[in-house]
Design a protein around this ligand. Structure first.
Ligand SMILES: [Zn+2]
Length: 317
């Protein structure tokens, strides 16, 4: 059995930029990289460069028209810029594309797919994708909330359809509800999704009661200890019952106490604990196979420390 933890990223993920002052910024990845070097954790990870996702694989989770619209917008933007127009195309009030965004979108989903391939091939025990744009708000047909393509949903569907797995799980610990993932996988009982999120909060979305969803809305100011109890009593038994052959994580770190994007009270130790619990489920049922993808996390220092805690738990160092 492979023991290494993979770390997937690509330069294009830095070049997608939604403008000065936007919280979902390239500096998020710099903060993570700096922390890995500073702590020496970098040396414990197997670094890989992502390759672009194939459109046919993105179509496992998205409507073909949605992908064509994004690609068309990218092409139109290039022409507009050449003609002296604006540098960005707005997709929703807080989500926009620049000239590099389409490549970043393909690389972010491609990282999740490559990580899935490498873990299923036994080259890596588990993997983290340090990518942007994030994905969990992207629905089958709509880009929103800083997200264009749903990296984790694509990878989960890819594991089922291209590798023939029968059961997988998606864990989402971002402070926001992963409405996009829910839209894509709701009712697909091969995929169990376990999530907690601040509620009421962004996005305004009907929370599914489908049998494959374990949704735990929690009020603002919920602390890590309460989250841990909910995870222990609500997620873990359902995960053990589902016996996933692989686990995918929407790893958002904006539930951190220092992150002003949300009002939950998690700290690094909670992310370490969560990751250990997820990895333990993977060890029981899935030969340790976990693929985790960066979602939110906007307080740069807290983000970097939290990703470090997440990676240490994945790598067991
Ligand atoms: Zn978030």
């Amino acid at each position: 059995m492979a023991h290494a933890t993979g770390y997937f990223t690509h330069r294009a993920c830095w070049q997608h930029d939604m403008g000065a002052g936007h919280p979902e910024c390239p500096e998020r990845l710099d903060a993570i990289e700096d922390r890995l070097l500073l702590t020496g954790l970098d040396a414990a990870l197997e670094r890989r460069e992502a390759t672009p996702a194939a459109l046919a694989d993105l179509e496992l989770a998205h409507d073909r028209l949605h992908l064509a619209a994004l690609r068309g917008l990218a092409d139109t933007l290039k022409e507009d810029i050449a003609a002296g127009g604006p540098q960005r195309a707005q997709v929703d009030p807080d989500t926009s594309m620049n000239v590099h965004s389409w490549e970043a979108i393909l690389m972010a989903a491609g990282a999740a797919i490559d990580a899935t391939d490498a873990v299923l091939a036994g080259e890596l025990r588990n993997a983290f994708c340090a990518v942007r744009p994030p994905g969990h708000h992207a629905t089958r047909r709509q880009a929103m909330g800083f997200c264009f393509v749903n990296n984790v949903a694509v990878a989960a569907k890819y594991a089922l359809e291209r590798h023939g797995l029968k059961r997988v799980a998606i864990i989402d610990f971002d402070v926001h509800h992963g409405n996009g993932t829910e839209d894509i996988i709701e009712g697909d009982e091969r995929i169990l999704m376990c999530s907690f999120y601040q509620h009421p909060f962004y996005p305004a979305w009907t929370h599914s009661t489908a049998k494959n969803m374990v949704n735990l809305p929690v009020p603002a100011y919920t602390r890590g200890m309460d989250i841990r109890e909910l995870v222990e009593t609500c997620w873990i038994p359902r995960l053990d019952e589902h016996r996933p052959q692989m686990l995918f994580v929407s790893a958002g770190f904006d539930a951190h106490r220092e992150d002003d994007m949300g009002q939950l009270g998690l700290v690094e130790q909670d992310y370490a604990w969560l990751t250990e619990r997820i990895q333990a489920v993977a060890d029981r049922h899935a030969q340790g196979r976990v693929v985790s993808c960066l979602e939110g996390g906007y307080a740069l220092d807290a983000l970097a420390r939290s990703v470090e805690a997440h990676l240490r738990a994945l790598a067991g160092v």
